[in-house]
Design a protein around this ligand. Structure first.
Ligand code: ATP
Ligand code: MG
Length: 585
């Protein structure tokens, strides 16, 4: 089905940071983006300084930096000055203990204020911050902290007792454990974080960091296999800042809500750093997804820019549009999505429901920031990821034997999505995995592992992960297209599509479908869905079989794990499932 292009009118982008894409992109240079920040003396740059101190020094210290909303609706506000003071205290408690530049500080926390303070305090002390998702069990935590050579951990007492204490002695590098939510009987060899913060001074001079000093260690989502430890440096803040400005249209008076957890790169790049460098107010909600709660937050907090993910959008769609009418969402100016392909159905639904579409954008842990995006002033083509960020050169390439690469310029030809390295937030390494890192580069390109197409207007279209593409009877089939078609059917809430071996066709397309509320799995519905897909996609591409599932296996960051659908279908080992979300939901 052809989706109608969503045309932008001048009134849709009054005051937007990016008014004329072509013109801006043609004269963009990274040095201009760097000049928007202050830097440290002697060419230094530090993420925490740019996020907070810069604003305080410029007289903007009273502005609200963070509004934290607790699970029970309690609210804590932090001005830039107050947040800065807490960050300084945290930096001091590290420095007092000899935790120095380059030392690794891990966090295992829910979305509590201490997480944000620890992240920025660590960076201000020139140490390296690595956030772990709090729902991880002991094994994935231990594996990541071991790879990362953790020296410090910040966690809650309850998490510590359950997830760390049993193996702590096995990680010799781990010297200091700071605990939140402490009971009276503090476990041995741990430090009460709030007591330590209270005793520390609230002034601290940023430890000098150069552009290439390591700042962040992020683990990938593990969608395609064993998670990688991605290294980012302080210069990345140049990209965090400008991409937030251009792709999310962040402005100093914005109230911005990024729903991602800082345990994943989105929740750090855009859930901590970018809103603060841009001087906005960020909303942090401690609670998990709940449609009504989310709409209430958007309304009551006057959120102007909202950044979320397809999995959440699909859950909102599942609940239906009716509920949105009970809320005044008129303050929301801009909505964006990342993490997985955003089905055209979801874009059209949002445009109909909210009067404005979700703007898809694409990036990876490795790229550190948004690389391809839709913008306020540019028409949206539902199903497209948009166009490259100014300063980013994107190519569609074909790999040949002997590692040769060729760029494909023909419109809508499928190939691997590749980027010319050199932007500030490009990963600098996969920690301790030199070979895996090296394999990402060839012919002057960084190879993303995703397949895509570019149309004649320069919009990019996601096809699928290279690993997920299905080869059936001489056709290359991207799962995204098939999934999106199934989602057009009113019964379908979610779909995951894989190829399974077939003696004649090579591979056969099989779909797994979760139904919307009010629909029952049946043979009749299976036939109807198969018919719908065949009619839309033709027999060569349409699934030959559909299985109904209550839920599809997903990573904790909300991505459908097609490799797991496949392993289970074929009775193969499940591989690394450390990031698999529990499947009861
Ligand atoms: P792993 O690398 O461990 O398998 P992962 O690739 O899911 O996990 P992330 O770095 O969190 O880890 O995710 C980046 C990937 O997510 C991209 O390479 C792409 O496949 C997918 N993705 C992100 N945004 C989009 C988007 N807008 N459209 C389509 N796919 C997207
Ligand atoms: Mg990846």
């Amino acid at each position: 089905m052809e989706w109608e292009r969503i045309r932008k009118q001048p009134e849709d982008h009054v005051g937007a940071n990016l008014q004329d894409y072509e013109e801006y992109a043609s004269r963009f240079a990274w040095s201009q983006a760097r000049a928007l920040l202050d830097g440290l003396p002697n060419g230094g740059i530090n993420i925490a300084f740019e996020a907070v101190d810069r604003h305080v020094l410029a007289g903007r210290g009273d502005r609200l930096a963070m509004r934290w909303i607790g699970r029970g609706d309690q609210v804590r506000d932090f001005s830039y000055r107050a947040l800065g003071a807490q960050i300084n205290r945290f930096a001091n408690i590290l420095a007092q203990r000899g935790v120095a530049k380059g030392d690794r500080v891990f966090s295992l926390l829910g979305r509590v204020p201490e997480l944000y303070v620890a992240a920025l305090g660590t960076l201000k002390n020139a140490s390296v911050f690595s956030p772990l998702f709090s729902a991880f069990g002991p094994d994935p935590i231990k594996a990541r902290m071991t790879i990362g050579n953790a020296k410090v951990l910040v966690t809650s007492e309850a998490f510590y007792r359950r997830k760390i204490e049993p193996w702590r002695k096995e990680l010799a590098s781990l010297e200091y454990v700071f605990l939140t939510e402490c009971s009276t009987g503090l476990p041995a060899d741990t430090i009460d974080l709030s007591a330590a913060l209270a005793q520390a001074s609230d002034s601290f001079e940023t430890v000098w960091t150069g552009p290439e000093d390591m700042a962040l260690l992020h683990f990938t989502s593990g969608t395609t296999g064993r998670p990688k430890g991605v290294v980012h440096v302080h210069e990345a803040v140049v990209a965090h800042h400008i991409t937030g400005r251009l792709a999310l249209d962040l402005r100093p008076d914005d109230i911005f809500w990024c729903t991602a957890d800082p345990g994943w790169v989105t929740g750090t790049s855009y859930g901590i750093i970018s809103p603060l460098t841009n001087g906005a107010t960020m909303i942090v909600d401690q609670a998990e997804f709940d449609a009504e709660r989310w709409y209430r937050i958007l309304q009551d907090q006057n959120v102007t820019v909202w950044y979320t993910a397809p999995t959440a959008i699909r859950m909102l769609m599942k609940v239906g549009a009716e509920i949105t009418r009970r809320f005044d969402l008129s303050k929301v100016r801009y909505m964006a999505s990342v993490g997985e392909p955003l089905n055209p159905e979801a874009v059209a639904w949002s445009a109909a429901t909210f009067g404005k579409p979700f703007h898809d954008n694409w990036w990876q842990t490795e790229t550190g920031g948004i690389m391809i995006s839709n913008y306020p002033s540019m028409d949206v083509k539902p199903g497209s990821m948009g166009r490259p960020l100014p300063g980013i050169k994107v190519g569609i390439v074909e790999r040949f034997e002997r590692g040769e690469l060729r760029e494909i310029t023909k419109p809508m030809a499928m190939g691997e999505l590749a980027l010319r390295p050199g932007w500030p937030s490009m990963m600098r390494a996969y920690l301790n995995e030199e070979e895996r890192y090296r394999k990402c580069f060839a012919g002057g390109w960084y190879l993303t592992g995703d397949l895509a197409m570019r149309d004649s207007e320069g919009y990019y279209w996601f096809v699928g992960r290279a690993d997920d593409v299905i080869k059936s009877a001489g056709h290359l089939i991207g799962p995204f297209e098939v999934e999106s078609t199934l989602m057009e059917h009113p019964a379908v809430a979610e779909a995951g599509v894989i190829g399974i071996p077939d003696p004649t066709a090579g591979e056969m397309v099989k779909a797994y479908v979760a139904l919307r509320n009010g629909f029952e799995a049946s043979d009749a519905l299976r036939k109807e869905l198969l018919g719908h897909a065949r009619q839309r996609l033709g027999p060569a591409v349409a699934p030959k079989d559909i299985a109904f599932r209550q839920n599809l296996p997903k990573t904790r960051s909300g991505k459908i794990m097609r490799r797991l659908l496949k392993a289970r279908e074929l009775g193969l080992p499940e591989g690394d499932i450390s990031t698999l979300e529990s499947e009861e939901r």
